[in-house]
Design a protein around this ligand. Structure first.
Ligand SMILES: NC(=O)c1ccc[n+]([C@@H]2O[C@H](COP(=O)([O-])OP(=O)(O)OC[C@H]3O[C@@H](n4cnc5c(N)ncnc54)[C@H](OP(=O)(O)O)[C@@H]3O)[C@@H](O)[C@H]2O)c1
Length: 244
């Protein structure tokens, strides 16, 4: 059975993507910090192994790859931060943490898995999916640190899509606000959530399944001629204005 590594596999988007990949017939190797949640999800999904650890530990990535096996058909890096503050309130630590978790983590995950991704590439190539944010295509106030880190993710993806071709395809999904634990601080307020939902042409926030549909497709052989793309799943937020 073809196997896919999912970093952040117990999170909102990561778990939905893991479920969608299982429906497409892939086995999984999940990675996140909480071993209990990993174990529970692995037994629910079946054909799923896991490695517990922290993406801020550079040694974690070789452990994950070793746990996944010599050949993998894909890699999804669904770990991230939402650290929204005005420029004057952002510290060096904020910027370093956002960069480390979003960008350097994705870099190290692919570097550690590159050999296995090449070994697992069928005719359609293996599929890597990274996550950016709508706040790179459009400038939003208070997003400087996360937009800087996610901009780096988009640059990383394009560079590696060229370098690892033709065996490995690398694409990016750029969501707008999606109801997951990461976004809970924003979505917990009905007033705030409905105000933000109204800024989207499609008049609602995203669900993990909205994002997972594209992410699992991009891993799969059906996306065998798609690489080096940044694709918004954002209710129209990056491109459309319906008022004013
Ligand atoms: N939700 C949104 O509105 C939104 C919008 C734009 C982009 N995104 C991006 O979409 C991706 C998925 O986000 P999400 O909303 O699904 O997040 P989430 O629900 O918070 O899930 C995060 C996942 O990553 C794991 N994780 C967090 N910190 C980790 C660390 N230091 N080391 C290892 N694992 C860690 C978590 O498990 P443990 O806590 O057990 O480690 C969990 O499995 C991220 O790249 C995010 O930036 C999300």
């Amino acid at each position: 059975m073809k196997r896919v590594i999912v970093y952040g596999g117990t999170g909102g988007i990561g778990a939905a993507t893991a479920r969608a990949l299982r429906q497409r017939g892939y086995g999984l190797h999940l990675a996140a910090r909480d071993a209990g949640r990993l174990e529970a999800l692995a037994s629910e999904l079946g054909e799923t192994t896991f490695t517990a650890g922290d993406v801020r530990d550079p040694g974690f990535f070789t452990q994950v790859t070793a746990g996944a096996g010599d050949a993998v058909a894909g890699l999804v890096y669904a770990v991230g931060t939402i650290n929204l503050r005005p420029l004057a309130k952002l510290t060096v630590e904020d910027a370093e943490t956002d960069f480390r978790i979003n960008a350097l983590g994705a870099f190290l995950a692919i570097q550690a898995a590159a050999r296995a991704l090449k070994a697992g590439a069928g005719e359609a190539g293996s599929g890597v999916v990274l996550f950016s944010t709508v706040a790179v295509a459009q400038g939003f106030a208070n997003h400087a640190s996360v937009a800087m880190a996610k901009g780096a993710v988009e640059g990383l993806a394009l560079s590696l899509a060229a370098e690892l071709s033709p065996q490995v395809r690398v694409n990016v999904v750029a969501p707008s606000l999606t109801r997951t634990p990461l976004a809970a601080a924003i979505t917990a307020s009905d007033t705030l959530a409905s105000g933000i939902a109204a800024m989207h042409a499609l008049q609602r926030l995203g669900t993990p399944e909205d994002i997972a549909g594209l992410a699992s497709f991009l891993v799969s052989d059906e996306a065998g001629w798609i690489t080096g793309q940044v694709i918004g799943v954002d209710g129209g937020r990056s491109a459309l204005r319906t008022k004013g």
